[in-house]
Design a protein around this ligand. Sequence first.
Ligand code: FE2
Ligand code: FE2
Length: 149
Amino acid sequence: MGITEGESDVGKLLSEHHELLEHICSVRDWVGGVTELGMPRFGELGSRLIPLREELALHFAEEESGRYSEEAPFDTREKMVELREQHQEILHQLDLLIGSLRAKEPEFRSWQAAVERVESLIADICHHERQETTVIQSAVGRGPRTSAE
Ligand SMILES: [Fe+2]
Ligand SMILES: [Fe+2]
């Protein structure tokens, strides 16, 4: 059996990507609203990132279980391993950011500086997920391959 879509693991993975993006959008909407009001809420922003961090950690653990890539063509497996190596760094950066936002004295010059850090990390997460989606979708329908083929 190769990688197939539908009620398969791959279908589940793609729908998790979709849910993650929705979650990220809701954080962004909230940030936009707070920015408009002009009342920085560093600690609350940090707290709002915690459920996203938890969702991301679960999602990464699923991907790291290897279920999605063991049947994939060899080049897909290699690319997935490469992408998997980014997981710990993303979670680490997110932890640092949450810690800085929730510190007694928020460690940012301004609300704008905090928003920029959040946006930059969100961009990294989106880039990671988009690359994965592309790799997986391009592998759907192709059968398993080995390096020798
Ligand atoms: Fe991933
Ligand atoms: Fe992913």
